[in-house]
Design a protein around this ligand. Sequence first.
Ligand SMILES: NC(=O)c1ccc[n+]([C@@H]2O[C@H](COP(=O)([O-])OP(=O)(O)OC[C@H]3O[C@@H](n4cnc5c(N)ncnc54)[C@H](O)[C@@H]3O)[C@@H](O)[C@H]2O)c1
Length: 283
Amino acid sequence: MSVRTVGVIGAGTIGRGVAQAFAKASFDVVLVDVSQAQIDSAISQIGRDLLVNGMLSGRAPSEPPEDVLARIRTGTGLAPMAEADFVVENVTEDWDVKREVYEEIDSLCRPGVVFGVNTSAVPITRVGSVTGRAPQILGLHFMNPVPLMDTVEVVQGHFTSEQTLDTALGLLKDLGKEGIVVQDAPGFITNRVLMLTINEAIFCVQEGIASAEDVDKMFRGCFGHKMGPLETGDLIGLDTILNSITVLHDSFRDSKYRPAPLLQKMVDAGLLGRKSGQGFHTY
Ligand SMILES: NC(=O)c1ccc[n+]([C@@H]2O[C@H](COP(=O)([O-])OP(=O)(O)OC[C@H]3O[C@@H](n4cnc5c(N)ncnc54)[C@H](O)[C@@H]3O)[C@@H](O)[C@H]2O)c1
């Protein structure tokens, strides 16, 4: 099936970036959310981003932002998904919320339409099991901010077909992104490794081995990373880090994923990183 219209469900942090990336690459986009306020905020952020990124690139914009925005239609229910040739779901990371969405779109969308699951930890095979189209379901773990990150973790569920993978990898190429295929496992690759690293860095600070500033400085200076693990944790949100490492702990039942007590304490104190103004660093 050739893809012209992309359905994007969820207009939050990641969904708005996904909508922007597809519209910029000349696809027609239908962006839906349960909240009109989220849609309004998404559309104004996309407009601002298109302007700023155009200026930062130092090149004349290939297209005025209003032309890109004109390719994004919006709605507050799932009904418009009936028009989609390909769907990317980006709703809240809560299995009950996601399950309801998949049950509904499975009956709304044409047979053969592929569903890309954007999730940090929900198993792709489980999503497939609540639909009648498991071969057409795969994970598309976009990174934040979507328009600037050129690699996507593509997750093959137990029943995901090769044809589905080919369709998705081709679409990502159209967005100027490379998809890297991994198998379905808790946290996939990115979150499994990253969360463990951030959690271990938090243990080091807790034990007084080094300050948060020095831990981050070492990762930047010694390894050439753009950001250290604690800065990265602050960017993602320490509540999200705690949630993710807890999912890994529950899934593997392996004590190496136990959350650092200092991480739990900071979340209890409301010190969540950038979004609260204070985490391991001050913003
Ligand atoms: N934030 C990140 O850095 C990041 C990175 C990769 C993947 N993800 C994954 O992407 C998904 C979304 O994360 P986010 O950070 O954008 O969350 P978010 O909370 O910013 O946005 C979620 C959006 O989903 C909407 N929503 C909830 N129920 C809905 C429904 N039934 N129908 C339509 N919309 C609904 C909410 O109103 C909200 O706007 C999660 O599964 C998350 O794990 C997030």
